[in-house]
Design a protein around this ligand. Structure first.
Ligand code: AMP
Ligand code: ZN
Ligand code: FE
Ligand code: FE
Length: 282
């Protein structure tokens, strides 16, 4: 195994709905012996600065990333971005608009939970779960509900109250898949189709891969071995980069490093991003 370097390209931190601070995430990646990690918080790059500082300390390469929930015909499609120039003002403004929609919608869901079920819940305690930041989503509502003893865990909360088929569910504004890819490309990054196995419909996946993705996340903690093989093959057939990541959200499973990919993939993504940024001028 010596000299083989590995990367986990999909991780969340407290900047979105992860439980590890960026520094804690990097520390755990270090204990797993990883060479690089992608920090891919939902709709925010807020954790990247701290992750990069910790990366220098622990000698781990931090790939600046993002995960954007987009939609295609009412289906939720997650788009990962890597090697983005995240300091760009217009990019930050675009992310801020997405977060605001998520925040407003979380507030509406809490109102409904209180009104429909008489739940002992308030938006302040939900916001606290997001560290007081503007990136409030359903996982934070779930955690506030766990604290109050209303549900036993996050899946329980989604099943009973927060999922799409639940009474308190509220739709939110999402950009389209193509808009998501464009946003990432214009910021100098490459777009990767996240966990296609979770979209729930392979006919859509076949179509999506032609939209301008540089890669497909074939390896993911929620993919079965069969799914991983299928999407790795699809990726290879389309001459796209095969990526993988744990989708670690902190303590418990999946843990950072539970799904890894050869470090060479990082170089491929970097090269692909370089090719892109040359074709854009601001
Ligand atoms: P939101 O962006 O507020 O709509 O919340 C979506 C996030 O909630 C996803 O990105 C997942 O991290 C998490 N999530 C969605 N469905 C479930 C589920 N059934 N169980 C646990 N977490 C979920
Ligand atoms: Zn998440
Ligand atoms: Fe996702
Ligand atoms: Fe994720």
């Amino acid at each position: 195994m010596e000299n083989i370097k590995f990367a986990d390209l999909h991780n969340h931190t407290t900047a979105s709905d992860g439980l590890y601070t960026p520094k804690q995430l990097v520390y755990h990646a270090h204990t797993k012996g990883l060479a690089a990690i992608g920090v891919t918080d939902h709709d925010t790059t807020y954790g990247l600065n701290e992750a990069e500082i910790a990366g220098k300390e622990y000698n781990i390469e931090i790939i600046p990333g993002i995960e954007i929930n987009t939609q295609e015909n009412n289906m939720e499609v997650h788009v990962l971005g890597y090697f983005i120039d995240y300091h760009l003002d217009w990019f930050q403004e675009a992310l801020s608009r997405i977060r605001t929609a998520r925040y407003d919608r979380a507030r509406k869901i809490v109102d409904k939970l209180v009104n429909i079920y008489g739940m002992d819940l308030d938006f302040e305690s939900v916001k606290e779960k997001a560290g007081g930041r503007d990136n409030v989503g359903r996982p934070h509502i779930a955690r506030a509900m766990i604290d109050k003893g209303i549900v036993k865990d996050i899946p329980d909360a989604f099943e009973k109250y927060l999922g799409e088929n639940c009474k308190a569910y509220v739709k939110r504004y999402k950009i389209t898949v193509r808009e998501g890819i464009n946003l990432i490309n214009k910021a100098g990054g490459v777009a990767v189709l996240a966990h296609p196995g979770l979209i729930g419909e392979d006919s859509i996946v076949e179509r999506l891969v032609s939209y301008g993705f540089a890669g497909i996340e074939a390896y993911h903690s929620k993919h079965t071995t069969k799914q991983s093989r299928k999407y790795a093959k699809l990726s290879a057939d389309k001459e796209l980069i095969i990526t993988g990541g744990s989708d670690c959200h902190g303590e418990g499973v999946p843990m950072v490093g539970d799904v890894v990919i050869d470090y060479e993939t990082v170089n491929k993504l970097r090269e692909s991003a370089k090719g892109l940024s040359r074709s854009f001028t601001y």
